[in-house]
Write a protein that binds this ligand. Sequence first.
Ligand SMILES: [Zn+2]
Length: 157
Amino acid sequence: MLVSLTPSPFHADCTFCDIIKGETQSCKILETTLTTSFLDIHPLSEGHIQIVPKRHADRMHELPDMYLMDVMLVAKRIALAMGLESYDILQRNGSLIYQQVPHVHYHLVPKPKPRQGLRVGWPKNYVPMEELKGVANAIRDKLYQESLCAAMKSSSL
Ligand SMILES: [Zn+2]
């Protein structure tokens, strides 16, 4: 019996993992060792592309950094090749915001005309500057604590 020493980067019940493995048909655009991309089957505009890391993770922060960097490089190459002037890059995390496929993916949606492509409602909330400063301080405190924990973990190795 053979036993794999490295865990599979794929999930057994995931549409995007099946596309990466070639078990589900797709119209591939560009592929690297870490990333694949293919046309969205329900496009918001012509050339709407899914850019997908070749490792299963439900949410963006669960992926190793190298996958995140490669995804953005692929997005840039595609946008340049397509000569896009206006486009959205959309990435969602979690079931509360309608992430349909629980495998990290980025939508590259060309916006050739105002009524084509992604349309987003963006309700503005007006918050006093002092309240914004409090929120910023709380986030920075969490980042500082996270940095201390990372430093302590690396020093104990
Ligand atoms: Zn997957």
